[in-house]
Every structure is written in C-alpha cells, then in structure tokens.
Design a protein around this ligand. Structure first.
Ligand code: GLU
Ligand code: MG
Length: 443
C-alpha cells in the first residue's frame, strides 16, 4: 500500500490551490523531462491517461510507434517550493508505458524496477545513500554560466569566505519542504564546490531523489544569480565532482552486510557484493561515468578513484567501507559522478552486486596502502587493474559484459551506445585549444 491514493492526490491538488502539475520522467541519458498539465486534468493523470509523444525524446521510440502513457507514482506527489505560492505547482514522477499497458523498455525507471524485482525475489531490498557534489559558478553580464567563482573557501570552511553558503542553505530548506531529510551540507575541497547529503532510501526513491535534488540545486542557484553544475570536471587542476554511492542490502528489516563475527564486521554477502562490483565495474563505468568529461575526473591526485581495489580505510580505493557498522553497514562505490542517469546507475550496481552473491564470488585482498603512491609495477604486482581511461574504452567494456547488457536490455544498450559513440566521435575529431597551444608553433 502506497502513502497516497488517487483520491488523496485529487484532494491535495484542490486544497493546496495547485494550478499546474508537472508529470516528470527521465530519458536514458539522465535528462529530466516533464509535461505540465492543469489541475483540471488531475483525474485523467491519476488514471494513467496522460499521453506523450515519445519520438521527440532522446533514446525513446521511433516516430511510427510514438504514443506513450505516463503512469504517475502517486507517492512522489510534492509541491515545488520555488514556484509561486498562489496557483501552486506540484509534480508527480511517472513511469512510461506502451499503449498496450506494458512498461516501456526504454524507461530507465523500469530498468531499475526490473533489477529491484530480482533482488526482492532473493529476499532483498536495496538501500542507497548518494553524496552529490556540485559547483556553484558565477554568471556573466548576459546571465551565461562561467567557470569562475568568487569563493575562496575549502573543505568544511565556514562563511564569510563561503559565498555559496546562503544559496546552499536555501537549497537545503527547499529540499526539506519537499520531504528530504538533509544529513549534512558542506563546502567541498575545491573553490566553489559543495556537497549536500540526504538520508538513504530504498533505491527507486533514492534515484527519484537524485533527480529532484539536481533540479532543486539548479533552480535555486539560478534564483541567486549563480550557475550550478553537476559536470564531473569543470575546471582542470582541481577536484571534480563525484556522486559516491553508499549501498546496502536488507532482509527482514536487517542489514545483511553486517556480521559482528565476520572479518572487519562484514558478512559473506557483503564480500560477495564487493566482488561482484569489482567484476563488472569496468563495464558499468559507461553508465556511472557517462560523459567524455567524466574521465577527466577519474585521474590520480584528486580524491577520485582510478584503480580497481577495495578498502575499509583508504579513500584511494574505488570501493570503501565506511566505519559505521550494524544497520548502517554499507559499501561505498566512489566512481559514479552526478552526470549519470541514477536509475541506470543503481540498476547496474545492484545487478553486479547480486551477481557476486549468486555466484559466491570472493574479492581480492583489501588494499590498505595509498594506491595513488604506487607505480605501475607495484599495482601490477598486486593485481590492481584500472578503470577505463576514456568513454570509448568504457563503451567497449560495457558491450563486452553480458550481465550489464542484459540488465539494461537491448533497447537501452542500442540507444545508449549509439548516442555515446556520436558524443565520442564529436570529441575525437574536434581540434582543441590544448592542441593549438601545444603544436601550432613547434610543428
Ligand atoms: N570530489 C572527490 C571526487 O571526485 C571526492 C571528495 C570526497 O572524498 O568527498 O570523487
Ligand atoms: Mg565529498
């Protein structure tokens, strides 16, 4: 039983003076889309009768089969606090369905739901706590975004150094009005960089929350004359933005990763889940790190991972086990960045971890030394492989991994690979300023 019934939604729309309802969904490249309807259409909306033309959405359907229907998740109903206080705006997050009443295979939310169903069949629910980092930049006199910041602050610094602080406070307050529980918010390492952590949730809600979070951050930054970006590496030479993903499996209300008698207080399932992630992570990277620019973050020296290893203590590893135990025991995957499609990203993470559990995989030894300080020979001697070095390598690794392709389904893989190959080719053939600076004079 959900939190809200159809009648609840219709009543709330009336009682809260709602004029518009935004019916939201996400395309396969992680862009939030919406159709706004007026309050007079709410009955149609809750009865799954709002239609969209899927052919104009990237990665969705061909023109001759373009009618699709939005099935709202009633529990996602919330008011958008930054919209007018009279004649208000609410939103509903929707699943995309075919006219014959089957879920559309290209809807990222349905991809995640399929894997969650597999987990449920094994008795598991999947909880996720993301750590979203982002930059707040100034805009120029024409309101266009720049990559400059007047902010001189660093990790955990306080105002008045931190000019983004009041914007961050406003973002947190808006999110709380939308039902988020904000656990922490702080200035990150780089100038202009921030992080806001919200409470973990079951994975589908966590993915919905990430989409809502990005919209709230961007909207409120804009209201304050700033530009918020989730681009993974907007400025060369300083930290990029990650979306470290904390994951745990629960069974019968208990965290199955915790075992006080296990090595480091972790259960057999936790180790198998880690092993599954390590087995598939090179193939998952095209999803967790989807942009050409993502791979400029995954380089040594900026607290972002590049090497396949796990550790209970060491932040240079790709997978870290934070100190908390008991119900808070979790596995933190550090490669995802906030430009990813969270539905697809959580789907491949869960599929990889479950594969580790089903096959009873064992991870390699924990790496407690700083991997960034090791040279290639040392890493090779310890059997530490690397993440893909660029988007092209990542796409190849994804296509070669049957589990990851099966998890996404052939429609998503086909559309995703085609889109990403185009992006890679556009980048590969572009002559950049770096090349001009480097070669024009000497050759
Ligand atoms: N910004 C770093 C990254 O790209 C992470 C810093 C941290 O440990 O929070 O992943
Ligand atoms: Mg951080």
């Amino acid at each position: 039983m959900g939190k809200y019934s159809k009648e609840d939604i219709i009543r709330m729309v009336k009682e809260s003076d709602v004029e518009f309802i935004r019916m939201q969904f996400t395309d396969i490249f992680g862009q939030l889309k919406n159709v706004a309807i007026t309050a007079s259409q709410i009955e149609k909306a809750v009865n799954n009768q709002i239609m969209i033309d899927g052919s104009s959405i990237e990665g969705f359907v061909r023109i001759n089969e373009s009618d699709q229907y939005l099935y709202p998740d009633l529990d996602s109903y919330t008011l958008l606090p930054w919209r007018p206080q009279q004649g208000r705006v609410a939103r509903l997050i929707c699943d995309v369905y075919n006219p014959d009443g089957t879920p559309f295979v290209g809807d990222p939310r349905s991809v995640l739901k399929r894997v969650l169903k597999r987990a449920a069949d094994m008795g598991y629910s999947f909880n996720v706590g993301p750590e979203c980092e982002f930059f707040l930049f100034q805009t120029d006199e024409n309101g266009r975004p720049t990559t400059t910041t007047s902010d001189e602050a660093g990790y955990f610094d306080l105002g008045p150094l931190d000019h983004g602080e009041s914007t961050r406070r406003e973002i947190c307050l808006a999110l709380e009005q939308m039902g988020f529980e904000i656990e922490a918010s702080h200035h990150e390492v780089a100038q202009g960089q921030h992080e806001i952590d919200f409470k973990y949730a079951e994975a589908l809600t966590a993915a919905d929350n990430i989409m809502t979070f990005k919209l709230a951050v961007k909207t409120i930054a804009q209201k304050n004359g700033l530009h918020a970006t989730f681009m993974p590496k907007p400025v060369f030479g300083i930290n990029g933005s990650g979306m470290h993903t904390n994951m745990s499996l629960f069974k019968d209300g208990k965290n199955v990763f915790a075992d006080p008698d296990g090595k480091l207080g972790l259960s057999k399932e936790a180790y198998a889940f880690i092993a599954g992630l390590l087995e598939h992570v090179r193939a998952m990277t095209a999803i967790t790190n989807p942009l050409v620019n993502s791979y400029k973050r995954l380089v040594p020296g900026y607290e972002a991972p590049c090497y396949l290893a796990w550790s209970a203590s060491n932040r240079s590893a790709l997978i870290r086990i934070p100190a908390a135990r008991g119900q808070a025991t979790r596995v933190e995957l550090r490669c995802p960045d906030p430009s990813c499609n969270p539905y697809l990203s959580l789907a491949v993470c869960l599929a990889a971890g479950l594969d580790g559990i089903e096959r009873g995989l064992t991870p390699p030894e924990e790496i407690t030394d700083n991997i960034f300080a090791m040279d290639r020979e040392e890493r090779e001697a310890k059997g530490i492989a690397s993440l893909p070095g660029n988007l092209n390598e990542a796409i190849k690794a994804m296509r070669a991994d049957k589990l990851i392709c099966d998890t996404l389904g052939s429609h998503v893989v086909g559309q995703y690979v085609a889109g990403k190959k185009k992006e890679w080719d556009a980048y590969r053939t572009y002559v950049s300023d770096w090349e001009i600076d480097r070669y024009l004079v000497i050759y």
